[in-house]
Write a protein that binds this ligand. Structure first.
Ligand code: ADP
Length: 393
């Protein structure tokens, strides 16, 4: 049974798919054509009766292959990306598939050349390869920049190492004579070399305070360098935060009294232990208390609170003061290295702007969080959360 297809349908499908064809006899003379064969036919005229390789010279080098198809030895032959220049600088891309054409007896009597317009695919392909080229160019540029950056990084790292070494060495060198000076000053103040008259005692007290300050600065510089070079060693173990707070408050008692600052301590009846490094935790509490004390005028109030935040499994320390506060403009900067606000400089000459930088880093190293609230002229509230130790009650 032979299937008969409606020629109208075939025509519509071929046109929609942008398919055209030529039928040639065994001598490659065009005997039939259909569809948009114009790119091959001079001035859009008909090619009927012409010798196909005259219109498609690409076939000239393929005579042997075409012979094999005519001999029934090869089922098909494909010419891809045949291009023809159109007007307006446009290029038309086509494929041409050649296959045997048989007569009613099934004998090969010629060739069928099916042509499909693949210009759209061609344009997309061209754009793609253009983009691919651009990408590989960008990649090469990026690689080059990466090399430059890597070299700059090595140099920067080297300079950072040199800076760290220099700071550590200098601080170390200062530490030894400072300890000696402090020792002798304390012996003098303790009357170890005989009773001291009031005047030199007063002068030596000032020397002692200055030495303490210098010692504090050298320690802070060494700590900052340790943090930057990742060399802070922590001994994390369950600690009683209230005990730490009480110890530091005791150390500050005299200073607070001198400024007539009132201290309020609010703690719940019981608190679980926290997991922290005791010395570093003492440093954190001390830094916050020192700031509250220094940036609060005489007669102000400092409130220290401890509370359990069960759902977050942390104990929270809050240090609140009624001091100068921090302006909205300065607030984002206060954890930066060496930052001191203008208000702070005016209120308190002592300080190098490393306390909060170190405090923030130390809190983070212990798995905690630090943040604050402040109203300019209305006081500040610093919060620190420290994880509670597992199995602590
Ligand atoms: P320092 O106190 O040595 O200046 P810190 O790093 O401890 O350095 O603090 C940085 C800055 O943050 C301070 O100079 C000050 O401007 C601001 N600051 C910190 N704590 C307080 C506070 N309790 N009240 C007001 N300002 C504060």
């Amino acid at each position: 049974m032979t299937e008969v297809m409606d020629p109208g349908v075939i025509r519509a499908v071929l046109q929609d798919r942008k398919i055209a064809y030529f039928v040639t006899d065994r001598t490659l003379k065009i005997v039939e054509s259909f569809g948009a064969t114009e790119p091959f036919c001079e001035h859009g005229g008909t090619c009927l009766g012409g010798y196909l390789p005259d219109w498609v010279p690409e076939l000239l080098s393929c005579e042997e292959t075409l012979g094999s198809i005519l001999a029934g030895e090869l089922p098909r032959f494909e010419l891809n990306w045949v291009n023809r220049e159109r007007e307006e600088d446009q290029t038309l891309y086509l494929t041409m598939v050649t296959m045997p054409w048989r007569d009613a007896n099934g004998e090969i009597c010629g060739l069928l050349h099916v042509i499909q317009d693949i210009t759209e695919v061609g344009i997309i392909d061209q754009q793609l390869s253009h983009q691919r080229n651009e990408l590989s160019l960008l990649k090469a540029q990026l690689e080059q920049q990466n090399h430059v950056l890597a070299a700059a990084n090595v140099e920067l790292q080297h300079l950072a190492d040199l800076k760290a070494q220099f700071v550590m060495m200098t601080a170390h060198e200062l530490r030894t004579p400072l300890t000696a000076i402090r020792g002798y000053v304390e012996m003098l103040l303790d009357d170890d070399f005989g009773p001291l008259p009031a005047e030199p005692r007063e002068a030596l007290t000032l020397v002692s305070q200055s030495v303490s300050r210098l010692q504090m600065i050298t320690e802070a510089l060494m700590d900052a360098t340790r943090i930057e070079t990742g060399r802070v060693e922590l001994l994390l173990q369950p600690e009683d935060l209230l005990e730490i707070v009480r110890k530091i408050l005791a150390e500050f008692e005299l200073q607070l009294q001198k400024k007539a600052q009132q201290l309020v301590l609010c703690v719940p009846p019981s608190l679980p232990s926290v997991l922290c490094d005791r010395t570093r935790m003492e440093q954190i509490v001390s830094n916050l208390l020192s700031n509250a004390h220094r940036y609060t005028p005489e007669g102000g109030q400092i409130t220290v609170r401890l509370l359990l935040v069960e759902e977050q499994e942390v104990v929270r320390l809050v240090v609140e003061d009624t001091g100068i506060g921090i302006t909205a403009e300065d607030q984002p900067k206060i954890f930066e290295r060496f930052f001191r606000s203008g208000d702070a400089r005016r209120a308190e000459s002592r300080g190098i702007g490393l306390g909060l930088y170190l405090t923030q880093a130390l809190v983070a190293l212990q798995g905690g969080e630090i943040w604050f609230e402040s109203v300019p002229g209305g006081g500040s509230k610093f919060y620190v959360s420290i994880p509670i130790a597992a199995h602590s009650t």
